[in-house]
Design a protein around this ligand. Structure first.
Ligand code: A2P
Length: 332
């Protein structure tokens, strides 16, 4: 396949190169696009320097466009790219359009069948949550979900990581910490705001978790309340999750389901202090799930903790998995 990466120099773009290489994706030609600022740079793919091109205003000469340059770019250009290529879009620009499939391959690959050349990649927090929630939902039917997130700086792109690293050094040197990407300095702080506030008091990031969970799990009845918080880690989104189920559930039954779930690593051994963490989930394709226990808040509920590398399963890995599905007949 001829592949084009739009936003190749960004945090997700670089991971797309890494994942295509690691999964041995059949790339016949790779084109890398970013802003005019990056034209002339090059990035390494399979030992070869590939030049970065300024994004043109025309269709791109590739079979698949992996887009990760933000919602504005996708909104403007994806319809043009889609004239000649299948677009796998990492932004939220098209996720809620009824005729645009929103895909997590382990969950709803079948929904890709009738795509019209634009396929949306979900929000990173949602993708990581659903890796654990969906298998449990299938087994025990989830009714209400309460999620609190611990989201890393790289969720805001390369500039978020840079701001955290630089700000931490400044803080430790006793200097004032400047901030631009985040609403407040992130080092040694947590910020309970990701994206813009909505009329109902939730942020858009929090509403995405509800909208996208309902769309991907094809269950408009499920209720999800999320509090999304930025924390000073570089990679991996972690999430504390409480779920009320319709069918009887127990921690042991949940563990059995999660042990068999694709893309999930059960890391749940409190006696030996083994649980999901950014430290262990960084760079991993699978999402870690642990701290599974009977909820004290609901009669038939569970609490658990997930940690997933959101640049991978929440973005680049999921996008490449979607591209892999384009090459084979969809059977699920
Ligand atoms: P550039 O590095 O040239 O600015 P991140 O999510 O890490 O912030 O990355 C955003 C990606 O989107 C980068 O690769 C960035 O390229 C790219 N980008 C930003 N603005 C544009 C634009 N106007 N046209 C094409 N690519 C863009």
């Amino acid at each position: 396949m001829r592949i084009g990466i739009v936003g190749a120099t960004g945090a997700v773009g670089k991971e797309l190169l890494n994942v295509l290489e690691k999964r041995n994706f059949p790339v016949s030609e790779l084109r890398l696009y970013a802003s005019a600022r990056s034209a002339g740079r090059s990035l390494l793919f399979r030992g070869k320097e590939i030049p970065v091109e300024a994004l043109p205003e025309t269709p791109l000469p590739v079979d698949v466009v992996l887009a990760s340059a933000g919602g504005g770019i996708s909104k403007r250009y994806a319809p043009i790219w889609a004239m000649q290529s299948v677009v796998i879009d990492n932004s939220s620009a098209f996720r809620y359009e009824p005729d645009v499939p929103l895909i997590v391959p382990e969950i709803n690959a079948h929904a890709m069948r009738h795509h019209k050349n634009i396929i949306a990649n979900p929000n990173c927090t949602t993708a990581i949550l659903l890796m654990a929630l969906y298998p449990l939902h299938k087994a025990f039917k989830a009714r209400r979900v309460i999620v609190s997130t611990y989201q890393s700086a790289s969720g805001a792109g390369a500039s978020g990581m840079e701001e955290l690293l630089h700000g931490t050094k400044e803080f430790l040197a006793g200097h004032p910490v400047e901030h631009k990407t985040f609403a407040y300095p992130l080092p040694f702080n947590v910020i309970p705001q990701i994206d813009a506030f909505q009329e109902n008091g939730y942020t858009k990031e929090e509403m995405k978790v509800l909208w996208e969970t309902q769309k991907i799990m094809e269950d408009p009845q499920i209720r999800v309340s999320c509090t999304a918080v930025r924390v000073p880690t570089l990679r991996v989104h972690s999430e504390a999750v409480t779920v009320e189920f319709e069918h009887p559930v127990s921690p042991e039954a949940a563990r059995e389901v999660l042990r068999a779930a694709p893309g999930v690593d059960l890391v749940d051994d409190p006696t030996n202090r083994r649980y999901p963490m950014p430290l262990t989930a960084t760079g991993k394709f699978n999402v870690e799930v642990g701290r599974i226990r009977k909820s004290l808040a609901f009669d038939n509920g569970l609490d658990f903790f997930v940690a997933g590398d959101q640049l991978l399963k929440g973005a680049a890995l999921n996008a490449v998995q979607i591209a892999e599905l384009l090459q084979k007949p969809i059977t699920t």
